[in-house]
Structure formats: C-alpha cells, structure tokens
Design a protein around this ligand. Structure first.
Ligand code: CMC
Length: 391
C-alpha cells in the first residue's frame, strides 16, 4: 500500500527498543543486560538474575537481601484463591489453570492494577514473581489430589518451589542441593528471551493499559502453544515415541519430508541459526542430574544420538536447525519427578520475570502507544448485501 510494510510473522520488524536481552542468532549468543547466559548460569542464581533483569545491574549484597525479602513477602496467595482450583476438573491441563488463575489475580489485588502508580507497578511485579510458583505448585497438587503446600520463605526460590511441589504433610521433605541447583539453572536459562511470541503478547496486551495480571495471563496463553513453550512437552513425548536409537533415522526422514507435518521438536529457532547456548548448558545439567539421581534414562541416549545424527544431516545443516532450550529440559524435569504436563508451567514460572521486566520497560517508555499492527487486506472488494432468498 505504500503506507506500511507487509511482514508476516514479524520476521524483520523491531516492535520496540529494549535494554534487557540481546541475542546474536548467528553466533549463538544470549546476553541478559550484557552478561553472557553461560556466566550467569554458572555463577549466579535466579533471584540475582531476576534483580538484574528488572533493574539493569547486578545487586549488591544489601540490594539482593532486600529484593529477596520483598519477593518472599508476597509468596502466599489469598486464601480465597484456593477455592478456584476445586472448580477445575482434576485432569485439567495445568496451563489452562494457570491462564485462568493468573488472570484472576487482578480480582484480588486491586491496588496493583493502578498502572499509573510506579510503586504499584513494582509491587505488582513482585507479586507476580512471588506468586507464580505458588499457583503452579497448587495446580499440580490439585491434579494429584494432595493438599496444597504453603510456601516456605526460609528456602531459595527454586528450593521453595520444589518443596511446594513435592512435600506432603506426613513426611519431612528435604530439598536435594543438586536438584535445587538444576531447578534454579532452568529458571535462569528461561528467564527472558527478548521479543519472543509470549513476551510480544504481554507487551501488546499491556500497551492498551491492561493490568499486569491480565497481561501475564495473556503471556501464559501464548506460551502454551507447541511451537513455543509447549515444545518441551512435545520434545519429551517425541523422544518417548522414538523410544530406541535404532528408530531415529525413521523420524529424521519424517522431519525432512515436506508432505509430513512432523517436525523434530526441540529443534530449530526463529533467531538462533547456530547452537542455542541454553541447550549447551542444559545438556551438561541433564548429565549431572541423571548421575546424581542414579537414573539411567534411555531417552537421554536417544536425545544425544538424535542430536548427533541431525547435526550431520544435510537438511538440518542447510536449514541451520540446532537443538534449542527445550530439547534437553524435558529429560531433566522428568528425572526430577515433574509430569510432562507441568513442563510448560515451569517455563511460565521462569519467564514471568522476563515478562514483567519487559512490561515495566514498555510502560516507562515515553514513545509507548497502543500496539496496532496493520494488515494487507486480501478479501472481497465492496459489494452489496444480498437478501437471503436471492443467495
Ligand atoms: N524439524 C524439521 N524441519 C524444521 C524444523 C524442525 N524442528 N524447524 C524448522 N524446520 C524447517 C521448516 O520446515 C522450514 O523448511 P522450508 O524452508 O523448506 O519450508 C525451515 O526449516 C524454516 O522453518 P520455519 O517454520 O519457517 O521457521 P520459523 O522461524 O518460523 O520457526 C520454530 C521456528 C521454532 C517454530 C520451528 O523451528 C519449529 O517448529 N521447531 C519445533 C518446535 C520447537 O522446538 N519450538 C521451541 C522453540 S525454542 C523455545 C521457545 O521459543 O519457546
């Protein structure tokens, strides 16, 4: 039309300016506020990374203590919210519960829906980061028919989450340091990824002035899709379906067949045209967790073999398809005891800080206006209404 550019799936449109996360897809580089993800995964922890994403700088000891205090202050949810869960079927997908319950937080925390008040925006951010693990664990507990476990503020963010997921009142639950570390690492690696589909959804929802809880709920809804956060669940299901290394070639051929909709789940990325740096870290973590738990998981062998074969195959090489973050995370999470249906929920727990940081950045941006993509209209030209008896 001359007035705007046609860019389906926004492959070449920058929708905003951002100082939070940088990706160089050709180099396979991911930086949070300038710091390489490998260094953060190795030396930092999720709370420190959350502070960094929200505030732009690594915290001092005092700043981190204060931040942890502010987050843990908000870990409980309103007792009335417990009743929500019993309205769902026990076999409901936990992401369906997340979308509903997260959106409903706006009905409980009215003060935080005033987005013109910077202080309230900060409190809303803390509330979201603090409550999302609680809600996620409640969704799981409800599905298995166990009582909810209240948060424990003496534990780390990851340790508390494992406690809320796996402790039962009749036993003393001790969080394994290796699993706590692995959980924290998974949270760190998933914390932000610039303008991916769910983050763009959060920004677009927020651009209308919608309250933060509604925006994060929209992010959860988008993340649920199998091309996005649902891929970790799909990747593990695929590895289970393949079952043994001898069946890999059959699936590789299917993935290459243009007439077969099958794709290798956990492979390929819109931005990374080189190894996803998060997958490198997670492959190592998968190894450590399986060793620690003394688990011999044949699916890990299938995954490693599949990766090896694909990386040598002309089709995958030419299209620059490499394992992404979701390829190994499922193996770790199932070894830790998470059911497959919880994988995307864990992604949502981790990504909440990224969504919140991006939402805050957008709200404080003076050029921010309501997001309103245009379209290339390809429908009928103007025509006159035809009465029913003439159609
Ligand atoms: N298996 C086989 N072929 C593939 C795959 C795959 N996993 N991914 C892409 N291709 C092919 C695709 O068929 C296309 O071929 P052609 O050019 O001949 O039509 C070419 O590679 C480019 O694919 P595309 O769909 O145009 O690429 P995209 O940037 O739109 O999609 C993607 C990126 C991640 C959705 C896609 O690679 C995919 O569906 N992967 C599997 C799902 C997955 O693992 N998603 C997780 C992404 S990382 C975590 C997250 O973002 O949540």
């Amino acid at each position: 039309t001359g007035k705007f550019t046609y860019d389906p799936a926004f492959t070449s449109t920058a929708s905003c300016e951002s100082k939070i996360t940088y990706i160089d897809g050709d180099k396979g580089e991911l930086l949070y506020r300038g710091y390489p993800i490998e260094q953060l995964a190795q030396n930092s922890d999720f709370m420190e990374v959350s502070y960094l994403l929200l505030n732009g700088e690594l915290p001092t000891k005092e700043q981190k203590d204060k931040f942890m205090h502010d987050i843990t202050y908000h870990t409980m949810v309103h007792e009335q919210l417990n009743h929500f869960f019993s309205g769902f079927r026990r076999d409901a997908h936990p992401m369906a519960i997340m979308v509903g319950v997260v959106g409903a937080l706006a009905a409980f925390y009215h003060d935080s829906t005033d987005i013109s008040d910077e202080r309230q925006r900060i409190i809303a951010s803390y509330r979201m980061i603090a409550k999302i693990p609680t809600i996620a664990a409640m969704a799981y507990k409800y599905s298995v028919g166990q009582p909810f476990s209240y948060p424990r503020n003496d534990l780390s963010y990851a340790g508390n989450f494992l406690h809320m997921m796996f402790s039962v009142p009749c036993e003393t639950y001790k969080v394994s340091p290796t699993l706590e570390r692995a959980m924290d690492m998974i949270f760190t690696l998933h914390a932000d990824h610039e303008q991916n589909a769910s983050t763009s959804t959060v920004r677009l929802a927020g651009s209308s002035g919608a309250n933060p809880f509604a925006c994060i709920s929209a992010g959860c809804a988008c993340l649920w899709g199998p091309a996005h956060g649902g891929a970790n669940e799909a990747a593990l299901k695929m590895l289970e379906e393949i079952g043994t290394p001898d069946r890999i070639p059959e699936y590789i051929e299917r993935a290459k067949d243009k007439n077969d909709p099958f794709r290798l789940m956990g492979f390929g990325h819109r931005v990374y045209k080189n190894y996803d740096p998060r997958a490198t870290v997670l492959r190592k973590t998968a190894h450590e967790v399986l060793n620690e738990l003394n688990i011999k998981n044949p699916l890990f062998d299938v995954a490693r073999e599949l990766e090896k074969i694909a990386l040598e195959d002309e089709y995958f090489v030419e299209k620059k398809l490499y394992p992404n973050v979701d390829f190994y995370s499922g193996i770790i999470l199932s070894a830790m005891g998470f059911p497959t249906s919880m994988f995307t929920v864990l992604f949502a727990v981790a990504r909440t800080v990224g969504w919140v940081a991006q939402w805050n950045e957008m709200i404080s941006d003076p050029v921010q206006r309501i997001g309103r993509p245009r379209q290339l209209y390809t429908g009928a030209t103007r025509r006159d209404y035809i009465p029913m008896d003439k159609r």
